[in-house]
Design a protein around this ligand. Structure first.
Ligand code: G3P
Ligand code: CA
Length: 263
């Protein structure tokens, strides 16, 4: 039937646990990543920053202020200093209805710890954040990917920076790449844009709120994947699925699975 066809197609839509299951637990903690797996997210999304002593850590912001009890730039702090910080209590304060006592005192994970915890066969969707602030970030990422023998068939690396992705591509052309886009007005994409991205990437990740059906279908018909971010409401998830997206980033991977199952 049509609905059976639709549901088998739905299985191919990537459910990316954005910062882990960050609607339920403090973003970019081992706890939020584990919840993403438990909720059957297909991928763990990780944003990378780099410490003063060159260690890759999982954090969204360039500064410590929002998601820890520290202050200042990540690049001005050593890993030892960052390991002293509480990366969970902010969540309990900001989202009292989701708060759990065990979130207080959670630590900022290193990429090493994430790879050790989830292993080489987990699916990682890793973003080089602010690569212009962190020279050598791409080499450091690739070194860890190789050290932990992460499966490059499934690994995805994403960035807003074309230069960072082109650098990754030059370092190791077997790593699959996704070009993030941030549109501030209704998005359009032309053949030249698509062909430029296709030189190094297998997909595009636009913000979900400025794209339309035409945009999605133009990208999909070009053979590129399209994974919009960050989609938290079931109605918007269903709309994007109907338009033909091949995946999406969500803070609520359980909700997306319900939509994909037709619930
Ligand atoms: O990586 C996809 C999406 O996460 C990009 O936005 O700011 O949440 O990293 P941001
Ligand atoms: Ca991200």
């Amino acid at each position: 039937s049509l609905s059976a066809g639709a549901s088998s197609h739905n299985k191919d839509i990537l459910n990316v646990a954005h910062r882990g299951a960050s609607g339920y637990a403090p973003e970019h903690t081992i706890t939020s990543y584990k919840m993403g797996e438990q909720m059957h997210g297909d991928y763990i999304e990780i944003d990378l920053q780099m410490t003063k002593d060159g260690q890759l850590i999982a954090m969204h912001d360039e500064t410590l202020d929002r998601t820890t009890n520290g202050t200042g730039q990540v690049k001005d702090h050593t890993l030892a200093e960052i390991k002293q910080l509480d990366a969970g209590s902010w969540f309990n304060e900001k989202y009292p209805q989701m708060a759990k006592p065990e979130y207080a005192g959670l630590k900022v994970p290193t990429l090493d710890e994430v790879f050790k915890t989830f292993g080489k066969n987990a699916n990682y969707y890793i973003e080089t954040k602010s690569p212009e602030v962190y020279p050598g970030m791409e080499e450091a990422l690739l070194e860890k990917v190789n050290k932990y023998d992460i499966d490059k068939e499934t690994l995805l690396v994403q960035s807003f920076s074309p230069a960072s992705l082109i650098k990754m591509h030059d370092l190791d052309s077997s790593v699959k790449l996704v070009q993030l886009m941030e549109y501030t007005s209704p998005a359009a994409i032309n053949d030249a844009d698509i062909n430029a991205v296709k030189q190094y990437a297998m997909g595009i990740g636009p913000n979900s709120d400025m794209i339309d059906k035409e945009y999605v279908q133009k990208v999909v018909n070009s053979g590129l994947e399209i994974h919009p971010y960050t989609v938290n409401e079931k109605e918007e998830m269903q709309k994007l699925i109907d338009w033909g997206v091949t995946g999406m980033f969500t803070n609520f991977p359980d909700r997306l699975n319900e939509v994909l199952k037709g619930k």
